[in-house]
Design a protein around this ligand. Structure first.
Ligand code: NAP
Length: 375
């Protein structure tokens, strides 16, 4: 396995990289080093004391800068033209972090969400245009596509990030309501296929169009969970969709790229109160399924306690690095990348016999730096 960080040594020399080291600079320690150490040496003349203090100051600042050089903040290429990017579901969580990051660097970002209040809030951000849309509804998608086309006019769409998605657990495979199957499918798969199809003509106007599909680690073929049907099912389908899309796109426009992000845990609404939510869903089905609600809640809580969800900003940094690849450290596009898969390794000791089978995580041996793009 070859790890490719989207940020490279080149980034280390950016002011931000140096700043990440400088953030570790502590004035108290600095003062102690400059003032106390010479005093300990004792018997120093005033002149030598000042010289020693200056040397310490230089060493401390250099160490801070060096730390920054060695531990750069992940960052996309700071230079380069701004792009037009459509991020679905950009009003909260990973989508919002991505919208904010891209807009801040000067990209023109279009997004959507169901909640009108939150859409109005993102519309306040400079460079962001948001539309109210329920991607699980056919009419809404049609209207959204029309709005985006009217908004862009003849301008190209450089990147499409199919991020909007929902996770739901607790539905028993043998009793699941048809409406739940439809809801998950419509948002997590169908909407992606329709939006991508309808945005393709706009994407082809760009020289190097990019499509990013936000998948999940639970799409792994060995992931098998009782009372956990729709999310793994739809994310596995999305992964398959990405593979087919990549093949076709490479035939139609070889410069276009398709990236599937197999995403681990991040701190968002999607990962909040999961054990309780799952148990409530399962309870709603009544016996005999509801009898497992308590154990499902306990086991899910145990599993989540082992996960280390990352900050959405780290996800946004990786997406931004794909949209604006660092030239010296070319990220290989048109493939699948895993974000934060190391979190899934932490679930290994959990192995909740008969309830969930996470044995596949042994495939992910080795420490994976959080949010690096792994090829
Ligand atoms: N967080 C994680 O740990 C994690 C892990 C793996 C994969 N992912 C994937 O990452 C993506 C983003 O998840 P997240 O964690 O950021 O979730 P989130 O915080 O719940 O955000 C979801 C976003 O999608 C929008 N959305 C939801 N349903 C929609 C619909 N029917 N139509 C239009 N927009 C809709 C939401 O806005 P409204 O509610 O206003 O509609 C919101 O902006 C999803 O595809 C998810 O499967 C997340």
């Amino acid at each position: 396995m070859h790890a490719l960080a989207p940020w490279g040594r080149s980034i280390a020399s950016t002011p931000k990289g140096v700043w990440s080291g400088a953030r570790g600079f502590r004035p108290q320690v600095f003062t102690r080093r400059c003032m106390v150490a010479p005093a300990l040496v004792g018997g120093m003349k005033q002149q030598n004391f000042k010289t020693f203090g200056s040397v310490c100051a230089v060493v401390s600042v250099s160490a801070a800068v060096w730390k920054g050089l060695r531990n750069p903040l992940p960052d996309e290429a700071s230079a380069g033209q701004s792009k037009t990017v459509l991020v679905t579901g950009g009003t909260t969580g990973l989508g919002l972090a991505t919208v904010q990051r891209l807009a801040k660097r000067g990209d023109h970002v279009i997004t959507c969400g169901r909640n009108a209040q939150r859409v109005a809030e993102v519309n306040q951000l400079p460079n962001v245009t948001g539309f109210v849309c329920d991607l699980a509804k056919e009419d809404d998608i049609e209207q959204f596509v029309y709005q985006v086309k009217a908004h862009l006019g003849e301008r190209p769409l450089d990147a499409l990030v199919n991020n909007a998605g929902a996770s739901r657990g607790g539905d028993p495979v043998l009793a699941i309501r048809t409406a739940e199957l439809d809801a998950a499918w419509n948002l997590n798969v169908r909407a992606v296929a329709i939006v991508t199809r309808d945005m393709w003509p706009l994407l082809t106007r760009s020289e190097t169009p990019l499509i990013i599909n936000v998948g999940s680690t639970c799409s792994h073929p060995k992931f098998a969970g009782a009372f956990s049907l729709t999310y793994p099912l739809t994310k596995a389908a999305l992964r398959s969709y990405s593979n087919s899309l990549r093949q076709e796109v490479s035939l139609l426009k070889p410069s276009a790229q398709v990236v599937h992000l197999t995403t681990g845990a991040f701190q968002t609404g999607l990962t909040t109160d999961v054990p309780k939510k799952y148990a409530e869903v399962l309870s709603s089905y009544g016996p005999p399924f509801a009898d497992f609600a308590e154990v499902l809640q306990q086991r899910t809580a145990q599993g989540f306690a082992l996960l280390k969800p990352k900050c959405p900003d780290e996800f946004a940094a990786s997406v931004a690095a794909l949209v604006h690849p660092v030239t010296e450290h070319k990220v290989r596009l048109s493939r699948e990348y895993r974000l934060n898969v190391s979190t899934m390794e932490r679930v290994v000791p959990w192995v909740p016999q008969g309830l969930l089978d996470y044995s596949w995580v042994s495939d992910c041996k080795g420490r994976v730096p959080s949010c690096a793009l792994i090829a």
